[in-house]
Ligand binder design. Structure first.
Ligand code: PXP
Length: 243
């Protein structure tokens, strides 16, 4: 049977930590628990504005987990230095805009082609796998191959956000066609963004897809699934002290 790897993105554990600029919850602890629960990879996005995880989290996660670490990053000089210093198993190039709430679309590899050819050389030399997050578009996929990517991650956000059944079907077909094409030219095919318990299975059924990277929905459900335990423990401590 085909096995799809699950990369668990722990960014939003750090989003909760950063809401108070404190030490908890730690994305490093979340990475360890994800590994214990069967995650195949830990994914994190160190952003220019460090709104959630930072280089220290990356450094610690690379040291403590025994599964691949996938660093999502914008193709900038600063991020190149951080990645080469920490040597994750894989980098995933993503576009980054300061004002966006989350990554809004795939990287425009076509317009960055010349930059990326040189930019990616040190990663190749260091043996770090290269994945590029792109929209399900043939020309972008060809460009990803040309710049030397090992894999593409198809942006599933438009599928996830589709409102009607017709729209969903249309977006799903784009992903299916893109997956087929990418594999036919020798790229590994991954997917991610906006995947939830409700929409993941249609994507996981696509035969060419080898890896899914999922974050927000897992963290959201983790908060709710652990909520009762967390309240009970606080009650117990208060009751013990007030006896
Ligand atoms: N893949 C990539 C390239 C991303 O940028 C993100 C968001 O950081 C994800 C997957 C995970 O998306 P979500 O948090 O919506 O599951």
């Amino acid at each position: 049977m085909r096995k799809i790897r699950l990369g668990v993105n722990i960014d939003h554990v750090a989003t909760i930590r950063e809401a108070r600029k404190t030490y908890e919850p730690s994305p490093v602890h979340a990475a360890v628990l994800a590994q214990l629960a069967g995650a195949d990879q830990i994914t994190l996005h160190v952003r220019e504005d460090r709104r959630h995880v930072n280089e220290k989290d990356l450094e610690l996660i690379c040291k403590v987990v025994n599964i691949p670490v996938n660093l999502e990053m914008a193709p900038t000089k600063e991020m190149q230095e951080i990645a080469l210093k920490n040597k994750p198993y894989q980098i995933t190039l993503v576009p980054e805009k300061r004002q966006e709430i989350t990554t809004e679309g795939g990287l425009d590899v076509i317009s960055l082609k010349e930059h990326l050819k040189d930019y990616l050389k040190p990663f190749k030399k260091a043996g770090i796998k290269i994945n590029i997050f792109i929209d399900p578009d043939k020309e972008q996929i060809k460009a990803a191959k040309e710049v030397g990517a090992d894999a593409i991650e198809i942006h599933t956000g438009h599928y996830a956000n589709a409102k009607t059944e017709e729209e969903k079907e249309k977006e799903l077909n784009k992903i299916k066609d893109a997956a087929k094409f990418a594999k036919s030219i020798g790229l590994k095919v991954y997917a991610g963004h906006g995947l939830t318990y409700q929409n993941v299975q249609k994507i996981a059924e696509i035969p060419e897809i080898e890896e899914l990277n999922i974050g927000h929905s897992i963290v959201a459900n983790a908060v709710l699934l652990g909520f009762q335990e967390a309240v009970k423990k606080m009650k117990e401590l208060i009751e013990k002290a007030s006896k």
